[in-house]
Design a protein around this ligand. Structure first.
Ligand code: HPA
Length: 287
């Protein structure tokens, strides 16, 4: 019997190619733009037309999730006038997968010729100005899980994807951030910008941890996105990161407030229409 925790630690170029071949054999679309949909944001994929749908379990070596609110399938088709590859649901470190397995799909995207990746997630607001329901463009991140040794690039470097020691000075593409800002302006959408702190979870943060994150410069906190952003950057894929602030993180002990997964999913749902408007506008402006 195999379990998720037995997921192979390092993958070979051949394994990424096998997965890419399996995807290519099931669709005639050849997308150059990919999207990853976070908690509660799955409904975005329902707008895709002319779609080929591939369950993750049908793709060799692909991680598949059991987390509630995370469907596990690729939806490849048209959104507006663009061909997109959408991951409806992602896997997380807290489920027992290695950082290398979580990011397996991103390298498959690279093999498939994806040039632009839009990562979405649900996040807790750490910045006191933020409110539940806000959208935040990620300008930078704090990779706490990577700093603790669980880095997605740990292991033999595959030079075919990128260098051993990649730069991370612009993990989120400034041009894409600018473009998202323009779209927000044109549609009267208010958009925050900030630093996303990546923690392993699955427990939400204690009030002291939230105060620590704020002191270290975090604006939002979550349990995903950063490993994917790093692997995409490594192979030269441009990344845009968008957080749905689904709750305000609790920074005071004894406040009587509590963060729950239900709240995260419910607020995520209310954000979907605005996120969809933003994403469609961005896609329109992409080459
Ligand atoms: N903390 C961590 N991850 C999250 C949160 C949070 O408050 N909200 C949504 N994802």
């Amino acid at each position: 019997m195999t379990t998720q925790s037995q997921s192979q630690q390092f993958y070979t170029l051949d394994q990424f190619k096998q997965a890419a071949d399996a995807i290519r054999s099931q669709t005639d679309h050849r997308p150059e733009i990919a999207l990853v949909l976070g908690s509660g944001l799955s409904p975005l994929a329902d707008e895709i037309t002319d779609a080929n749908i591939i369950p993750y379990q049908d793709i060799p070596h692909f991680p598949h999730s059991g987390a509630p609110g995370h469907a596990g399938r690729l939806v490849i088709g048209k959104l507006g006038d663009k061909t997109v590859l959408v991951m409806q649901g992602r896997t997380h470190f807290y489920e027992g997968y290695s950082p290398q397995h979580i990011t397996f799909p991103i390298r498959v995207m690279s093999v498939l010729g994806i040039k632009t990746l839009i990562l979405t997630n649900a996040a807790g607001g750490v910045n006191r100005q933020f409110q539940a329901g806000d959208l935040m463009l990620i300008t930078d991140h704090l990779n706490f899980v990577g700093m603790a040794g669980f880095h997605p690039l740990r292991g033999p470097n595959l030079d075919e994807f990128g260098p051993r020691f990649p730069s991370m000075t612009e993990p989120y593409n400034p041009e894409l951030i600018g473009l998202a800002g323009e779209v927000a302006g044109q549609n009267n959408l208010s958009l925050r910008q900030g630093v996303y702190a990546y923690l392993a979870g699955p427990s939400f943060e204690t009030p002291a941890e939230i105060r620590m994150l704020a002191a270290l410069g975090a604006d939002a906190v979550g349990m995903s996105t950063v490993p994917e952003a790093i692997i995409a950057n490594h192979s030269g894929i441009r990344v845009l990161g968008i957080s749905s602030i689904t709750n305000v993180a609790v920074a005071a002990f004894g406040s009587g407030l509590e963060t729950t997964h239900e709240e995260v999913l419910a607020t995520g749902k209310t954000i979907v229409p605005r996120l969809m408007l933003l994403l469609k506008g961005i896609l329109e402006k992409l080459p």
